[in-house]
Design a protein around this ligand. Structure first.
Ligand SMILES: [Zn+2]
Length: 228
């Protein structure tokens, strides 16, 4: 799953109104960032099915980045780190960031064909295989994105700064297009080509969302302390 992870993070922004959505998006994409890191280290692997040209999906061996138990630990770590930056909002930041890290397991579990392990590659796996019906999966992911961006826009309101109101939906539109793009590419990507994207995309996208959401968060904090 691609844009759906970032969408769920935006949909959850109301639950942590004074945490920048850039942190939330990074939390939801953390598993893919870690996949890139572990793949670069040779500890996790991507496999290209022989019928990639017609199926357009990949399968993975990724127990450390996408396993349920590791994600609970990664979620606790990132949640703790982000909560340290959020003063009186600490418990809320910890819970929302941690839950978003773990949400990656459920969302990927719906779409992946080979499945996501609970703990270790030989443990039971969650993989409902929606990727076998790629156009349907992409349509559902786009619908989820529309709903979650709508929730975010409703939460920030019509008075919110333009960066958050227009910039973030525009970014999500670009990421939606990128999520659909494998459908148009019959040749499978090679693993070395994928690794920089797995590492770089979550960081770059989260930084852009962070920059666009910054003013909105500053105003929300000022309102809380009675300056707005
Ligand atoms: Zn993933």
């Amino acid at each position: 799953m691609g844009v759906g992870h970032a969408a769920v993070a935006l949909g959850a922004a109301r639950a942590a109104p004074r945490v920048n959505a850039g942190w939330l998006v990074f939390a939801a994409l953390l598993a893919d960032f870690l996949l890139g890191v572990f793949a670069a280290l040779g500890l996790e692997h991507v496999h290209v099915p022989p019928d990639y040209a017609s199926r357009h999906y990949l399968t993975f061996t990724f127990p450390y980045s996408h396993g349920l138990v590791p994600l609970l630990i990664w979620g606790a770590l990132l949640g703790w780190l982000v909560s340290r930056l959020h003063g009186s909002d600490r418990p809320r930041a910890l819970i929302v960031v941690g839950a978003l890290v773990v949400s990656h397991f459920l969302l990927d579990g719906f779409v992946h064909v080979a499945g996501l392990p609970i703990l270790g590659d030989n443990s039971p796996k969650l993989g409902l295989g929606l990727w076998k019906e790629m156009p349907l999966e992409l349509a559902l992911e786009t619908l989820l994105t529309g709903i979650c961006v709508g929730l975010y826009l409703r939460f920030i309101g019509s008075e919110a700064p333009k960066g958050a109101r227009y910039g973030i939906p525009a970014l999500m539109l670009l990421l939606t297009a990128a999520t659909w793009s494998p459908l148009a590419t019959p040749t499978p990507p090679s693993p070395p080509q994928l690794i920089p994207g797995w590492i770089g995309m979550p960081v770059l996208f989260s930084l852009l969302v962070y920059a666009l959401d910054r003013r909105r968060v500053r105003e929300a904090r000022m309102k809380t302390i009675g300056l707005g």
